[in-house]
Design a protein around this ligand. Structure first.
Ligand code: NAG
Ligand code: NAG
Ligand code: NAG
Ligand code: NAG
Ligand code: NAG
Ligand code: NAG
Length: 339
């Protein structure tokens, strides 16, 4: 009578042991894999100041110790010892992002991929990747588009080029800074699916084509910075979400009209559309947009009576309306506004 129960207990214990053991094996081999991937990348880089990555070493004096990259400079880990943050801004990295083995940062916690039970997605627990202000060149590896836990991605001020790979799987991303590179091609429309996006900075690149209509779906977007590109076409009317604080479209080739409800939520502080080919009148919603601090409309083909189009802006510190086809008088009230 007792033996089937005992058998069950024994099998259960064995089963649990099996899972605990495979978990432990998985954890240590993955942290080694992460360490190896980082070391391999280090080896591929020309680093201006070697001492900045001097902590990135494999301690070969003690074979029984696990290599943990968690204490290395610029690396942060979660409680399970997995790398969740790589922060190396301005370290003087010269090399390629392509040499970085993104596939070595696999899914956190229980990974049963080696057991053949599940096909576990790769690369998914890195939350923060900051490699801005270096001299990385080449393109963004497509694997970056699969780092589905990423919350912040800072690639700005490098020499990256080519087109931006599809990023539609980065559903948690909130800050995406890729300004000051040499990216070209269209802005990927799937960025418009990234509902958590709060700050999107693509400025100072060579993006061409229109702003994707899908950007109207970015309801949490506070800052949209597209200055100094080769963008053209019209502005999606839906680009008027109530939390929008900063819209920078200066120095592009936009034509057509300014979006009418741009200050719908009353949060807009920075509105820059200068040096384009915008036509038509100043958006109606700007008249009562008391939140405005800086406004640049200069260098367009805008028309209309500015005394009717503009209102009273208590916080305004700068406005430039020059080189348009306006008429009428300005009665701007605000700090030291100039026009
Ligand atoms: C290299 O970096 C270290 C650590 O930040 C710093 O103390 C040292 O002055 C740097 N050396 C050079 C040549 O920049
Ligand atoms: C080697 O590593 C093991 C495990 O991390 C540790 O317990 C031991 O003290 C280390 N030995 C030396 C000589 O550092
Ligand atoms: C990107 O830059 C490299 C040089 O760093 C160049 O060889 C390559 O043709 C460029 N690619 C594009 C798409 O501009
Ligand atoms: C997004 O993720 C899905 C599911 O993992 C995958 O099939 C698809 O190829 C991914 N898309 C991109 C652009 O990486
Ligand atoms: C700028 O955009 C226009 C129109 O889309 C295109 O014809 C031109 O090749 C682009 N120039 C550069 C340098 O990308
Ligand atoms: C905006 O999001 C909705 C719901 O997810 C989707 O049906 C629609 O196609 C999106 N619009 C654009 C222009 O991508």
């Amino acid at each position: 009578m007792g033996s089937p129960t005992l058998n069950t207990v024994v099998s259960l214990v064995l089963l649990i042991l099996f899972f605990v053991l495979s978990f432990l094996i998985t954890v240590s081999s993955e942290s080694n894999e992460e360490a190896d991937a980082l070391l391999k990348w280090k080896a591929s880089l020309q680093i201006h100041n070697r001492s900045l990555l001097s902590s990135w070493i494999k301690d070969t004096s003690n074979v029984s110790s696990k290599i943990s990259p968690c204490a290395w400079s610029g690396i942060s880990c979660n409680d399970a010892g997995r790398v969740i943050k790589i922060s190396l801004p301005g370290v003087g990295l010269k090399g390629k992002l392509h040499d970085f083995s993104f596939s070595s940062f696999p899914h956190a916690y229980l990974d049963l991929s080696r057991s053949g039970l599940f096909e576990v997605g790769l690369l998914s627990h890195l939350k923060f990747l900051y490699v801005d202000s270096n001299q990385l060149d080449g393109s963004i590896p497509p694997e970056v588009g699969q780092l589905s836990s990423l919350v912040e991605l800072f690639l700005f001020s490098n020499n990256l080029n080519g087109s931006v790979p599809p990023l539609g799987n980065l559903t948690h991303i909130s800050l995406l800074y890729i300004r000051e590179n040499s990216f070209s091609g269209f802005i990927p429309p799937d960025i418009g699916n990234l509902k958590s996006m709060s700050i999107l900075d693509l400025s100072s690149n060579q993006f061409s084509g229109p702003i994707p209509v899908s950007f109207g779906n970015l309801t949490n977007l506070k800052n949209l910075d597209l200055l100094y590109n080769n963008l053209s076409g019209s502005i999606p009317p839906s680009l008027d979400n109530p939390v929008l604080t900063m819209l920078g479209l200066d120095f592009n080739h936009f034509t057509s009209y300014l979006p009418h409800n741009i200050c719908r939520g009353g949060a807009l502080q920075y509105f820059g559309v200068s040096e384009n080919h915008f036509q038509g009148t100043i958006p109606k919603s700007l008249r009562n947009c008391t939140s405005l601090i800086r406004v640049r409309l200069n260098g367009n083909n805008l028309t209309g009576n500015i005394s009717e189009a503009l209102g009273i802006y208590p916080n305004l510190t700068f406005i430039d309306l020059s080189r348009n086809n306006f008429y009428g008088e300005t009665h701007l009230i605000g700090g030291n506004a100039q026009n």
